[in-house]
Design a protein around this ligand. Sequence first.
Ligand code: TMP
Ligand code: ZN
Length: 406
Amino acid sequence: MKCKVCNGEMHKVIDFGKMPIANGFLNRKDFDNEYFYNMSTAVCKRCFMFQLIDQPSKEMMFNDSYAFFTHTSKSMIKHFENFFDTVNSLFLNKINNPFIVEIGSNDGSTLVNFKKNNLDHLGVEPSKNVADYSKNINNINTLNNFFDLDVSKTIKQKYRNADLIFATNVFCHIPYVHSIIEGVKYLLKDEGVFIFEDPYLGDVLNKTTFDQIYDEHFFLFSLTSAINLFDSHNMKIFKVEKQDTHGGSMRYYVSKDVNKKIEDSVDNYLEIEKNMQIDNLQIYNNFRDNCEIFKTNFRDFLLDIKKKGKSIAGYAATSKSTTILNYCNIDNNTIDHIYDTTPIKINKYSPGTHIPILDHRDLYKKLPDYLLLFAYNHEKEILNKEQKFISLGGKWITYVPEIKII
Ligand code: TMP
Ligand code: ZN
């Protein structure tokens, strides 16, 4: 058990037990052949990278029927519009005819903002169904492949060096991170910028949001561990920006120029991480204890409602819900079904726990007493959209930052 980043010794954090693929929504006929792996986590004693110990193969996770489409969330669409405005005013509008590459471009929802501004772009996306959507519906220049050093060489040959390369909620998915960084370094202009944005370890530890841990999230970055990673490639993180998305994310700006001026934001977050003792193994032990306490409290809370004869349905069949449902052993004896907007999930069953997924438009056909909000990161958007549920007497359950009824 060695660190995927620096090969250092690791400290085991928590073993979540048998887990299915987070986005592996399945048909009833496939229940008996469902794939499980052991989801166990560790932190490196040397570079402090928090990581999974094992991960299913990338082809198991990102395939022809990948279930996540960025465009299903209005707030994420807005977030990526803002992302464009930010990088445009910071760098792009100062460059003549820039070339932009996105790694893991999903359905093209982010690159559409660059395209609207007539910017030369390429999206690299391994899952064929979302890549097709990106090409055919969003008219984004898309390459259906896994990004790595070899792919970056073909891109450079066919196009040119990039001024901006970015990856949102993608970089943390990939255990062979060195090949990605080598690819980025190869493709990026000397004065170019690499930006990545992923769920932030600081939030996961502080809020016990262990549901951010699933097969696709191989790493949970802190600034401390990310700096160690890029140092090993002679690259500098020169700016960070905290984001509200996914229950707390961090955006990192990276340069090939080792003499690049480091902005205050980096020192500020390093100080915050020092104060929370992100380099002290004890906080990872505390996290493990907090997860176990949550499991007991959450189960008791839901079973108590069931004992009172009330019904509970889930809202949004998120990847995160796979972790929470499987770790807490909650199946359709407790949750009747989960409502979701994504066509590819509807009429299937949740991974591991086999709770039926229903079309969100069916919610008002047979109202549950309680709706358990799995997409707590979209709480505002969803509560606003489903005001009718409350006015008809329904109640929401959320569990971040604490288990409560709204
Ligand atoms: P994720 O947390 O794995 O990114 O998945 C988000 C899921 O939430 C996706 O299946 C769509 C679903 N969803 C809804 O059903 N209704 C909503 O209003 C929003 C924002 C998301
Ligand atoms: Zn390490």
